[in-house]
Structure formats: structure tokens, C-alpha cells
Ligand binder design. Structure first.
Ligand SMILES: [Zn+2]
Length: 222
């Protein structure tokens, strides 16, 4: 029976061994396994992993079950929107189902995180297209591995007047932008957000104001 009381007096976690000890020494095996799972997540260090694992251990069993159910359901039900390739549990995502977003604009992003960053600005009201990455010959990612052909089809079929490239200012972002501009300019106008974003800066981490300005200050790709 798991009690709701703190595991250690004053709720202090045991310190790591100062030299040579592993982060998991002193933990009973099932707990070590749980901490190990958290440590595999991006941005989670050993201390945070311990804190999360110990926090979960103190929750009622129904809460743990709900957490596990949510994980498995998300994994099994979330796929890609058939039109824009944003994460979606339905054939068409929430954004693609909004008729008013079919305004002749498509904002092209590398992945769903960047789409969500653009949405947080509340300044963009058109449709999106998620490429699934950026062209990177060094990593063996050529245009054929990205959702570029479906984008060309959409520009043609949806009467798109402006394609806004919201790709990171990096070698890969520049390469992809130039490739897309060359491909699409015969059919539509192509602009790219740029203003205020530092070279190599991740869209996802740009604050809302910076990103909104970058969108407002977009320029045609030459
Ligand atoms: Zn969609």
C-alpha cells in the first residue's frame, strides 16, 4: 500500500554519490526503471526524472491508470492529417476543418511544433503545410523524403495565392526555402518570414512577439 506521505523527511531526495555513484543507486528496481524511462525524455535530467517518478508514486492508482491510458491512446490514435500532415486523430485536423482558414494562404513549417509556435502568435489565420523535416544532404534527407509533392498539388488545387515559408534560419532552412521557392514561384507568390529571428534559432523557442513580427515582416523569396 502506497502512502501519501513524503518518502523522505522534509521531502528531500537522496543525494547522488559524489564520486562514481550512478544516478540510480539506492533506488529499488521498479523505481529505478521508472526514473530511467523519464530520463529518456528530451529535456529531462536525472533530478527531474527522480522528482517526476516520486511524484507519480504518490498519486492514487486511478490517476496512474489515467496517465498510462492517455499515453497509449495518444500513441495509437494520433496520426497525420491527410491534407496538411499536422498531428491529428481525424482524417482532417482541426485547422483544416475550419473553412475560414481557406483564405488562399499556406504557411509551410518543418514540423508540428513549429505549426503550434505559429498558432501561438494568433497573427496567422490561413492554412498550414507540415513538411516533416528540412532538406539536409548531410543527413541524407532529400526533397523526396519530405511532403513536398503534396504541397505542390495543394497550391495547384486549392487556389493558393501566397505560400509563406516559416522555416528556421539555418543552412537546412535556407536550402529548403530556395528549393520550394524555385518549385512554386511559377504558380504562386512565395515569401519567407525572417525578421528578428537569429541564425540557427528554433522557431519553436521564439517568443510570440518575435515570431509575429517575423511573419509581418515576411519578404518575397528572390
Ligand atoms: Zn490539417
Amino acid at each position: 500500500m502506497i502512502s501519501a506521505a513524503p518518502f523522505w523527511p522534509g521531502d528531500r531526495l537522496p543525494r547522488f554519490a559524489p564520486n562514481g555513484g550512478t544516478a540510480l543507486s539506492g533506488f529499488t528496481r521498479p523505481l529505478a526503471r521508472l526514473i530511467d524511462q523519464f530520463e529518456r525524455l528530451p529535456g529531462i535530467g536525472p533530478r527531474t526524472a527522480q522528482r517526476l517518478a516520486l511524484h507519480l508514486l504518490r498519486q492514487p492508482e486511478e490517476q496512474i491508470q489515467a496517465f498510462a491510458d492517455a499515453l497509449l491512446a495518444a500513441r495509437s490514435q494520433v496520426g497525420e492529417c491527410q491534407r496538411c500532415f499536422h498531428l491529428s486523430a481525424e482524417p482532417l485536423c482541426d485547422l483544416c476543418r475550419q473553412e475560414e482558414r481557406r483564405n488562399g494562404q499556406i504557411c509551410v513549417v518543418a514540423d508540428s511544433r513549429d505549426l503550434l509556435a505559429m498558432e501561438r502568435t494568433r497573427e496567422y489565420h490561413g492554412a498550414y503545410h507540415v513538411l516533416g523535416g528540412l532538406i539536409s544532404p548531410m543527413d541524407g534527407v532529400g526533397p523526396e523524403l519530405l511532403k513536398i509533392q503534396p504541397l505542390v498539388r495543394r497550391v495547384d488545387q486549392e487556389g493558393i495565392e501566397e505560400v509563406i515559408l516559416a522555416l528556421t534560419p539555418s543552412v537546412e532552412g535556407d536550402t529548403t526555402s530556395l528549393y520550394l521557392a524555385r518549385l512554386l514561384k511559377p504558380f504562386t507568390s512565395v515569401s519567407r518570414i525572417a525578421y528578428g529571428l537569429p541564425m540557427g534559432g528554433e522557431l519553436e523557442y521564439a517568443d510570440q512577439v518575435t515570431l509575429a513580427r517575423a511573419l509581418e515582416g515576411r519578404r518575397p523569396v528572390e
